[in-house]
Design a binder for this molecule. Sequence first.
Ligand SMILES: [Cu+2]
Length: 154
Amino acid sequence: MSSRKSTRQVPSPPAGRIIVDTSQWAFWVIQNQGGVAHPIHLHGHDFYLLGTAAATTFSDSKVSSLNFVNPPRRDVAMLQATGYLVLGFPTDNPGAWLMHCHIAWHVGEGLAVQFLERKDEIAGLMNLTAIQPACDNFDSWYSTSPYKKLDSGL
Ligand SMILES: [Cu+2]
C-alpha cells in the first residue's frame, strides 16, 4: 500500500497580526463569547485548522502556538464554548462563500458570514444569463406560495 500523505506548509501571518492576504491566503480568527460550541462550516474550500481552544480568548501572544506545518484539513471544525478557532485557506477559488454554524437555527440568529473572494474574477467565471431563469422561476413561484421563508433559508 502506498502512502499518499503529503505535508503542507501553511505560511505564517506576520507576527502580532492576523491578516487577510487577498492575493494568496486568508486567515480567520473566530472567537466564541458564548457558552455553547458551534460546528463552523465553510463553503468553497477545505480549510486548514491552525488552532483551537476552549474557555480562552485568542490574542496575539497565541499566534506562536498555531500549527502551520501539516495542519488538519477540514470543511467543518468545532468552535468550542468560550474559545476560539483559527483557520486559513489559500484564496484560490473565486466566489461568494458562506461560513456558518452548521446548526441551522444558529444561522437564523446570525452566526454566519458571507464574503467575496477574488471579486473581480467572479463574473468572468459564471454564466449569469443561465442562472437568471431559475431566479425568475423562484420569484414567480414564491410570490404566490403559501409557504413563506421564516428563517435564513440555509
Ligand atoms: Cu451554532
